[in-house]
Design a protein around this ligand. Structure first.
Ligand code: TYD
Length: 212
């Protein structure tokens, strides 16, 4: 696939500030005349939102980890087909809240599934479309889960140890792919976090134009 746009993913534990920063980034890029396609996982399409409600429903306590991994991958496959691939093709900046690194962290490293298999499953589901930049908002889950308002969904309701493993998994993934990842200390004040986000995005977009 010829890539004309840019693809940016935000990752991090629940409550790490992804939504807040994405909202700001979308507004900032839009004001500068960029075509922007914001989206989120699980969900982002009509089919994906239905899958999302199954995944996060607290009543589905008996869902197996394999079923969970397949449903996340199914939602993602639809999102890539319907939204992400066409938007990159159009030349948009695609900003996705979570991508398959979430599956590697939550279902493989913390959930006990084979990481290599989960990676291959997701490469297949996404037609090998991977982001140019992954911004990892790193926060101690004890703190980030504490920021959450309202009740926890099925995944958030897992033990603190589970969420700590998710965090460690993210840090491991970032260390393995330093060119793709930027880690930001998510416990910093929001304006500091945002200034790092904006700098990394500008580096990417200016670099991308330079290759033009
Ligand atoms: P998210 O939309 O970030 O939650 P919220 O809107 O409540 O902030 O993600 C929902 C949950 O799904 C979250 O706990 C992380 C989990 N998740 C996985 O376990 N694997 C995945 O592949 C993805 C995309 C999310």
């Amino acid at each position: 696939m010829s890539r004309r746009g840019a693809f940016i993913v935000f990752e991090g534990c629940d409550g790490s500030g992804k939504t807040t920063n994405i909202t700001r980034l979308v507004a900032e890029l839009g004001a500068r005349g960029y075509g922007v396609t914001p989206t989120r996982e699980p969900g982002g399409t009509a089919i994906g939102e239905k899958i999302r409600s199954v995944l996060l429903d607290r009543k589905n306590l008996r869902m197996s980890m394999r079923c969970e991994a397949l449903l996340y991958a199914a939602s993602r496959a639809q999102l890539v087909e319907e939204t992400i691939a066409p938007a990159i093709e159009r030349g948009d900046v695609v900003i996705c809240e979570r991508y398959y690194y979430s599956s590697l962290a939550y279902q493989a490293w913390a959930g006990g599934l084979d990481p290599e298999f989960v990676r291959r499953l997701n490469e297949w589901a996404t037609k090998d479309i991977s982001p140019d930049l992954v911004i990892l908002l790193d926060v101690d889950p004890k703190q980030s889960l504490g920021r959450k308002e309202g009740g926890f969904d099925r995944i958030e309701g897992r033990t603190l140890d589970y969420h700590k493993t998710v965090r460690d998994a993210y840090l491991g993934l970032a260390a393995a792919e330093p060119r793709r990842y930027r880690i930001i200390e998510g416990a910093e004040p929001i304006d500091i976090v945002w200034s790092h986000v904006w700098r990394y995005v500008q580096e990417l977009l200016v670099g991308a134009r330079g290759q033009g």
